[in-house]
Design a protein around this ligand. Structure first.
Ligand code: HEM
Length: 254
């Protein structure tokens, strides 16, 4: 049976063991624990840990090992290496890029999104979320701004590898995290490229689709993802995210 993602997993409860019940049911001070007391203690420990983790608490206990408490935190930590690899490959912050390079890159992203967004619609909850997050319009707009013709835009090669990313809902959720997360790094990219003489300012909407609403859109996506993740194995979602970086790396290099 697959393990489901559970908000209480990896909460570092171990960190409270020093002051909590031992396995024998007897604390170090000789105090007797019964199951009800132990349950209550765990609830309090959990509340304290959440307060600490959310930064809103002022309790003095410190968990020993802080594991990721949310699927987003887990995804971030588990895809860091893949993100760095893709970021390095694109080199958008380093090389003196050109209109041709950027147009080629956006054409490849369009070939990816066309396949991936269509496949995502197979899952009703994801389809609904995608309605306000589709990047197809942004890509077409930016490509036109860069001088690509409508004929060129409608004949971009399609990324066949993207199909595998939506083989099931959990993987699709992981891939959604990757593409939506790119709007965060997109802020840095936008700032960097906005001074590039070869790129008209209006040509940056793919990496900056939400403008001043970026933070708000990310927070609402995160909330949505956390609730969706409860129905799936965290490992499947992470696998989907990692696979997305791999597919993109290969596809964007083409
Ligand atoms: C030159 C290219 C890129 C740079 C410099 C870059 C940079 C960054 C930075 C600085 C952040 C952290 C933003 C923050 O915490 O406020 C970030 C987050 C992220 N980026 Fe990128 N990024 C790049 C490309 C991409 C691409 C192409 C993708 C995927 C298609 C991507 C996916 C993500 C994801 C998933 C996050 C993490 C969101 C989170 O969990 O906090 N990035 N990026």
């Amino acid at each position: 049976m697959r393990k489901r993602w559970d908000a209480t997993r990896g909460l570092g409860i171990r960190g409270f063991v020093a002051c909590g019940p031992s396995l024998s049911g007897q604390s170090h001070s000789g105090f007797k624990w019964n199951p009800t007391l132990r349950r209550k203690f765990n609830m309090i420990a959990l509340t304290c840990f959440r307060a600490l983790h959310d930064g809103g608490g002022c309790v003095s206990v410190q968990p020993v090992a802080i594991a990721p408490t949310s699927i987003v935190a887990l995804l971030r930590s588990q895809t860091q290496d893949a993100h760095s690899a893709l970021e390095g490959q694109l080199g958008l912050l380093e090389q003196p890029a050109s209109t041709e390079y950027y147009a080629q890159l956006l054409s490849r992203f369009l070939g990816f999104h066309l396949v991936w967004e269509e496949d995502l619609k197979a899952f009703p909850e994801l389809a609904c979320e995608l309605e306000m997050r589709s990047r197809l319009r942004n890509l077409r707009h930016d490509l036109r701004t860069l001088g690509v013709t409508d004929a060129g835009i409608s004949s971009v090669p399609l990324c066949g590898g993207a199909h595998s990313l939506t083989a099931n809902e959990a993987r699709a959720l992981g891939s959604f995290y990757v593409l939506e997360g790119s709007t965060l790094g997109g802020q840095l990219i936008t700032r960097h490229l906005s001074s590039a003489h070869w790129l008209p300012a209006e040509g940056l909407s793919y990496f900056n689709p939400y403008g001043s609403r970026t933070g708000e859109m990310w927070r609402s996506f995160r909330r949505w993802l956390e609730s969706q993740a409860q129905h799936h194995a965290a490992s499947d979602i992470v696998a989907g995210a990692r696979a997305t970086f791999v597919v993109l790396q290969k596809w964007l290099a083409g």
